[in-house]
Design a protein. Sequence first.
Length: 175
Amino acid sequence: MKEHLISIDGFRALARPTSKHLDVDEVNKFIEECEDIYIIPVIGLETFKRLLDVDVSKGMEEDILLNGGEWMDESCGCGGQLRRCHGLRKALSYFVYARMVQNDGSIVTRTGFVKHDDEYASRDDDKNRTRKYNEVMNVAETYLSTSLEYWRSLSGCGKQGKARGSRLQIHSIGD
């Protein structure tokens, strides 16, 4: 039984480009957190566990739910509408990417929360980092929404969890 929907290699393949020098333990922890916070609450633990064990070569429905694809939505009453599902793995990858943007390379040490700076890199200011985080989270939530639409069409109902979050946004006035 697999532990997570994606591996670090899956994350690198599905999300935006990242450095090849990522901390594997950190990425795995972000994957676990994002599954717990964003994926499991909307699809349910039972469905999540079933997807961990699924052999996608045996079922097209699970393959589309996990990896994305096109499907015909018959619920519109007009003979069907072609829809696109981006897949839970891609949505999860973007949630992890957003976490990494927000973390900004910071780490907890015995002296507190620190960022290591060197002469060849620079950090974005908080305003730009928050803007990038919100933009990536919007992509992740959109990808999760398309996956949930597909999942609900399969079962006819499905758990009606929210795919779009209500992140707190603070708008600063001036600099």
